[in-house]
Write a new protein. Sequence first.
Length: 348
Amino acid sequence: MSSGKNGLTYADAGVDIDAGNALVDRIKPAAKRTNRPGVMSGLGGFGALFDLKAAGYSDPILVGATDGVGTKLRIAIDTGVVDGVGIDLVAMCVNDLVCQGAEPLFFLDYFATGKLETETAARIIEGIAEGCVRSGCALIGGETAEMPGMYPEGDFDLAGFAVGAMERGTALPEGVAEGDVLLGLASDGVHSNGYSLVRKLVELSGLGWEADCPFSDGTLGEALLTPTRLYVKQCLAAVRAGGVHALAHITGGGLTENLPRVLPEGLGADIDLDSWDLPPVFKWMAETGGIAEAEMLKTFNCGIGMILSVSADQADALTEVLQDEGETVTRLGTVTAGAGMRYSGKLL
C-alpha cells in the first residue's frame, strides 16, 4: 500500500479508535465477572452467542426488554458521579423482564458520547457489569459510539437491551383473581423515573448538587443518584415457591398506572396508603413542590418499587421467602372486583 500524503485521519475528525480499543481491554474483566451457564462467546466478535440448552431450558420462550436511564443521566453528568447509572440501566430492563416470569440471561448496552473518555466510560460499564452480577445475567456485548458533533462535551447517553427466558406455559401474569393479596417491595429511592420533575424541584429549592442533602446523608446529587433496586433474584425465588400470579415494576406512571397493567379486565385494587411510610426523599419533593398526593402516586414509586399479586393462602409464606431474600415487604391491599385503583389512608 502506498504511503501517500499525510492527510486527515479519523482522529482529526474527533473519533479515537485507539481509545475505543483501550476501553474494551479495560472492561473485559468486568464482563468476565458476569459469565453464567449458556454464554458461548462474548466481547470482541461481531455478535455474541448464547446456548439456551446449556442454560438449563428444554422448551424456552424468549422475552426481550429495552430501556434507558432518562434524565437522571443529567445529574450523573453534572456531578461526575457516574458509577451507579449502569446499575440503573440494567435494573430498568431486567426488573421488567422478571414481571413476565422470565429469568434474565444476557444483557447488551449502547453507550454514546461526543468524545470518548476512557475512565468515565469504564466506570459506567463496570456499573453495568455490577448490575448484571446482581441479577444473574451475562454482559455479553454492546456498542460504544463516539459521535463528535452529536453530544456536547462531557455528555453521554445509555440504552440497554436484556433477553430472558422461561419454560413454555409459565408466563406471567396468570391467575390473578379477586382476593389476591398485594405485596409491595420497598424501593431504594426515586429509581430512574420522574427525573425531569426531580430536576425542576431541585431548581425550585435553590440547592446545588453539591449541597448537603436535606433528607439524607451526603450531597443532594449523591442521594438522588442512588441506583434502582434490582428485584430479579428475589422475585424469581418467590415465583418458584408458587402462588405468585403477577408482578408489576413500579416505574413511570407510579402505582396508579403500573399495577393495573397486570390486572385482568374488570378487576382493580384497594391500596392502604397507611401500610407503609413514605421515604424522606418523596416527602421532601412533595413539600418542595407542593405536589398533590394523586400526582405523587402517578409520577413516582413513592417507596414501593415492585408489587406482587399472590394467592391469599400463600401470602404469609411468600412474605417470608422475600424477606429471606433481603426484601422489605408490605401488605398493601387486595385485588378487588371493579376496575380501577382505590386508595384509603394518607400518603402525605
